[in-house]
Design a binder for this molecule. Structure first.
Ligand code: AFD
Ligand code: MN
Ligand code: MN
Length: 425
C-alpha cells in the first residue's frame, strides 16, 4: 500500500458532506455581514502551500531517548511515500525539503522520478555540518564554516557545494544553512573573527549558487553552543544576507528565539529590509522545542501571518526585487505523536493562521491606527482571529481532492499498520 486511494477519500468526504455544507454556508453568511465574500477568501486561501521536512517523518526523540514507532521510514524513498500521504490528505503540502547527508539520494534521477509520480517536488535543500559523518576527514567539533582551521572550513564549503549539486538534480531552488557553530564558554571563540570566517565561507558557497536559487541562513540563539552561537539572531542573519548579495535571505525558525521575543516584529523588520527568505514553522514553550505548529502560541502564528498578508497586499512590497516570496516549510521533531498525523495537523494550523489573516479588515485597521484607537485596532485583529475558518480550510482540501477530515481518513486507511508489516529492519 503506497497511496491513499482517492475513492476512500471521496467516500469519507461524502459521509461528512451535509454537516460540512451547513457549516460552510453559515460561515459564508456571517462573513458577508462583514462585507467579505467567502468565494474570494477561498480562492486566496487555496494559494498557500507548505513544504514538509524529510527529517520529520521519524520519531526523533530527545537527547535523553527515542521511542520509535512501528513503520517508520528507513530511507528517503520511504519518507517520500509518507510525505505523499500527508499531501494526498491535506492537499497543501506538495514539496519536501530534504537534509543531506541524511537523505542523500543514491540516484537523484530516480528519487526525482519517484517524487513526481507521487505528486511531489523538492523545496530547499538543507546542509548538515552539525554532525561528523563516517569517513569524514576533519571534525566539526569546534565548528564548520567558522572553524579556525582553513581545511575544516574547506571541507564544510565542499559539503555545501555538494548539496547544491544534489538540489540542482532534484529541482530544488534554495539552500538552507543552519550552523551549530559557536562557543560554549567565554573566551573560546573570537566573536568577530568567527562571524568573519562564516561570511567568508558563505561567500564561496554563494558564488557557486545557480542564479535562480536563494540561500537562506537560519539564526538560533543557543544550542548546541551554549554561550556564543555565531548566527545567533536575525540581526546577524541580516548582516550575512546583506554581505552576500540579493540571492541571500533570512530564514525564521519560530523555535529559534529567546523567550518572549516578538517574532512578528522580526518578520516585519526582515520584510522592510526585503530579506525575509522564509520560515521553519513549529512551536515552542521554552526554547527550540520543535513542537507542533500552533500548539502553544496560535495567536502569535496568526500575528506573523498578519504581517505577511499585510506585506503581500502592500503596493510597495509588490515592487520589491527580488520579489517578496517567503518559502514556507515545517521544521518539527516528533517524540510522541505519529509524525504523519502531526504534520497533517500542523499544515492545517498554518493554513488556518494564513486564512484568518486574510479576514483582517485592513482599511479599518489602518484608520484605527491613524486615530490611535487602540481598542478598535486590537479588536479588528481579534475579530479575524476569533473567526472559525475551518469550513474554508476543509473546502480548499475538498477541491484539491484531499480529505475534509485528514486524520480520520488516515486512521481508517490502515497506512501505518501496513507500513509496520512492510518496514521491518
Ligand atoms: C535545527 C534547525 C535546522 C536544522 C534542524 C536539524 O532548526 O533547521 O536543519 O534542526 O535537525 O535546530
Ligand atoms: Mn529549523
Ligand atoms: Mn530548530
Amino acid at each position: 500500500m503506497d497511496r491513499i486511494c482517492p475513492e476512500l477519500i471521496a467516500a469519507a468526504n461524502q459521509a461528512l458532506t451535509k454537516s460540512f455544507q451547513q457549516d460552510f454556508r453559515a460561515l459564508g453568511e456571517s462573513l458577508s455581514r462583514r462585507g467579505l465574500d467567502i468565494k474570494n477568501i477561498l480562492a486566496e486561501s487555496a494559494s498557500l502551500t507548505v513544504a514538509l521536512p524529510s527529517w520529520g517523518f521519524s520519531q526523533a526523540g530527545t537527547r535523553f531517548g527515542r521511542f520509535p514507532i512501528a513503520g517508520e521510514p528507513r530511507n528517503v524513498a520511504e519518507k517520500m511515500f509518507d510525505a505523499a500521504v500527508v499531501n494526498d490528505l491535506t492537499g497543501i503540502t506538495p514539496r519536501v525539503s530534504i537534509h543531506v547527508p541524511w537523505d542523500k539520494p543514491i540516484d537523484s534521477k530516480i528519487l526525482k522520478r519517484q517524487a513526481t509520480s507521487l505528486g511531489l517536488a523538492f523545496d530547499s535543500i538543507n546542509s548538515n555540518t552539525f554532525q561528523d559523518q563516517p569517513g569524514q576527514r576533519y571534525s566539526y567539533r569546534f565548528g564548520s564554516l567558522s572553524h579556525t582551521d582553513r581545511a575544516v572550513r574547506r571541507q564544510a564549503i565542499e559539503h555545501h557545494l555538494e548539496c547544491v549539486e544534489i538540489g540542482r538534480a532534484l529541482g530544488s531552488k534554495a539552500l538552507t544553512v543552519w550552523l551549530a557553530d559557536g562557543g560554549s564558554f567565554p573566551g573560546q571563540q573570537h566573536l568577530r573573527l568567527a562571524l568573519e570566517r562564516v561570511i567568508g565561507s558563505l561567500r564561496e558557497i554563494y558564488s557557486a549558487l545557480p542564479k535562480t536559487w536563494r540561500l537562506f541562513t537560519e539564526h538560533k540563539p543557543f544550542e548546541p553552543a551554549f554561550y556564543s552561537t555565531v548566527v545567533q539572531d536575525w540581526g546577524t542573519s541580516l548582516m550575512i544576507a546583506q554581505a552576500l548579495g540579493p540571492q541571500a535571505a533570512c530564514l525564521v525558525d519560530l523555535g529559534h528565539h529567546l523567550p518572549n521575543c516578538n517574532i512578528e516584529m522580526v518578520v516585519a523588520r526582515l520584510i522592510a529590509a526585503n530579506r525575509l527568505g522564509g520560515f521553519h514553522f513549529n512551536d515552542s514553550k521554552f526554547a527550540d522545542d520543535d513542537l507542533s505548529t500552533g500548539s502553544i502560541k496560535p495567536y502569535q502564528l496568526f500575528l506573523i501571518f498578519n504581517e505577511l498578508v499585510d506585506a503581500a497586499r502592500d503596493p510597495e512590497t509588490k515592487k520589491s526585487r527580488p520579489p517578496f516570496e517567503p518559502a514556507y516549510m515545517i521544521d518539527q521533531s516528533h517524540n510522541l505523536k505519529d509524525p504523519i498525523e502531526d504534520l497533517m495537523l500542523s499544515a492545517v494550523e498554518i493554513h488556518r493562521a494564513f486564512t484568518k489573516a486574510l479576514l483582517v479588515d485592513r482599511t479599518a485597521l489602518a484608520r484605527y491606527q491613524e486615530m490611535n484607537d487602540v481598542v478598535m485596532a486590537e479588536r479588528t485583529l481579534k475579530v479575524a482571529y476569533e473567526t472559525d475558518v475551518s469550513p474554508i480550510l476543509a473546502e480548499v482540501r475538498r477541491q484539491a481532492g484531499a480529505a475534509l477530515d485528514p486524520v480520520a481518513v488516515y486512521r481508517r486507511c490502515g497506512y501505518r499498520e501496513a507500513k509496520a508489516c512492510e518496514r521491518r529492519n
